[in-house]
Design a protein around this ligand. Structure first.
Ligand code: KG4
Ligand code: ZN
Length: 382
């Protein structure tokens, strides 16, 4: 496999050598869940420059339902996207004629929202005669650390968000190998469900992180699912159920009970993440020897405790640890614009009939081989 992968990477390098010295300025659009986002990114020899970055959060619209309601999200994207794009172009000080391409998330995600963003991008591309790039949202997350600094391929990616939980070997632009994934819930989904059952409000992940700081992580002995097992898959459904069981046994929960439950839950999460990350680095090592880099991306990567534990595990194995600034961990359009810029510079472009996709695995072959291993369902977020 290594030879084939190296051949692909070398072909990609030749492609990018052909455009050396070139730069691309791309408008990115993100509407796959509950953020309406537009950004302009310029990618050149010195890396990425974020010219504008607009994110309209829909938190207030979904909060009464304690989760994302797809129909409300799609409608809010329709209402907010034009203004977000106008603001992004204005802040960048550019007109559509200055763009080299228009990029939009084409999946995976809530299909109504994805269609709103993709159709808008197609309209701009058609009206201004610009190439369209239909971006996989997961590729946006996978490349997001390159927004802050030029992280070179290959690297080992832990993608942990509300809908996804997987280890991916990022071997080059568009060359991804899934090494492991969740067999039930995504990690962000588990955070959101714990927050929901403890009535901590929406969105749940940051609330659980804050409560955990005030709690005793040893009061409850929660399970560490799959710890010590071969491979680098995840399972979080049992852990979430164990938290629910303890909460039900306690009955009326004091603030301290809630803090202790959050601390116990997060302690179990950290132990699972370090065990699984060690395994994933073990699977990545034989391919790439000493030049290891562990990158964490996606909404849960905004969690300081998660970042600190992964940094320690990476250091113990001699890996560099890289995490995007928290703002670029959660959904944003800068990562979509960057993916679009990388793709246009490498010679890719999409047709105007590119489909919106509710499901779109990054590593299609791995997904077809093990269909029971999911990206993670959209849980409380959806
Ligand atoms: O990447 P993202 O914005 O959307 C998806 O593509 O899913 O990730 C959102 C997820 C939510 O489940 C949210 O609760 C979680 O990331 N999250 C966190 C934190 N901030 C966001 N989870 C734990 N700790 C946090 N600080
Ligand atoms: Zn995301």
């Amino acid at each position: 496999m290594r030879k084939r992968v190296e051949a692909v990477i070398s072909a990609r390098r030749q492609l990018s050598a052909g455009v050396e010295g070139k730069q691309a300025t791309v408008l990115g659009i993100e509407t796959s869940c509950d953020e309406t986002a537009a950004a302009v990114v310029r990618l050149g020899a010195n890396g990425a420059e974020i010219l504008s970055d607009i994110v309209l959060s829909q938190v207030a619209a979904h909060a009464p339902y304690r989760g994302v309601v797809p129909e409300i999200a799609a409608r809010a994207h329709v209402e907010g996207l034009d203004g977000a794009i106008r603001a992004a172009m204005h802040e960048a000080g550019l007109g559509f004629e200055d763009l080299d391409a228009v990029a939009a998330t084409a999946g995976p995600g809530l299909i109504g929202g994805v269609m709103v963003g993709l159709v808008t991008a197609k309209a701009i591309a058609l009206a201004h005669d610009k190439p369209l790039i239909a971006v996989n949202h997961l590729e946006g997350h996978a490349l997001s650390p390159r927004l802050a600094r030029p992280v070179t391929f290959p690297y080992l990616l832990l993608l942990v968000s509300g809908g996804h939980c997987q280890f991916i070997a990022v071997l080059g632009l568009g060359v991804y190998r899934r090494l492991g994934s969740t067999v039930d819930d995504a990690l962000g989904e588990a955070y959101d469900k714990v927050a929901k059952l403890l009535d901590l409000g929406f969105p749940g992940g940051p609330a659980v992180e804050v409560r955990a700081k005030a709690g005793d992580p040893k009061r409850f002995d929660f399970p560490r699912p799959l710890r010590g097992r071969p491979g680098c898959d995840f399972s979080f459904a049992g852990l979430k159920t164990a938290v629910a069981r303890e909460a039900a046994a306690l009955g009326d929960l004091s603030d301290q009970d809630k803090a202790d439950l959050c601390a116990g839950f997060q302690a179990a999460v950290l132990d699972v993440l370090s065990d699984r990350a060690e395994r994933a680095m073990g699977a990545f090592d034989p391919l790439w020897g000493a030049q290891g880099r562990l990158v964490v991306a996606g909404g849960v990567a905004a969690n300081q405790a998660v970042r600190a534990r992964l940094e320690a595990v990476a250091a113990a194995r001699g890996y560099d640890f890289i995490a995007p600034p928290p703002r670029y961990c959660t959904d944003n359009a800068a990562m979509i614009a960057l993916a679009g810029a990388e793709r246009i510079l490498a010679g890719f472009r999409d047709n105007l009939d590119a489909p919106a996709r509710a499901r779109w695995p990054l590593d299609e072959a791995a997904a077809a081989l093990r269909p029971t291993h999911k990206a993670g369902r959209k849980g409380a977020k959806a």
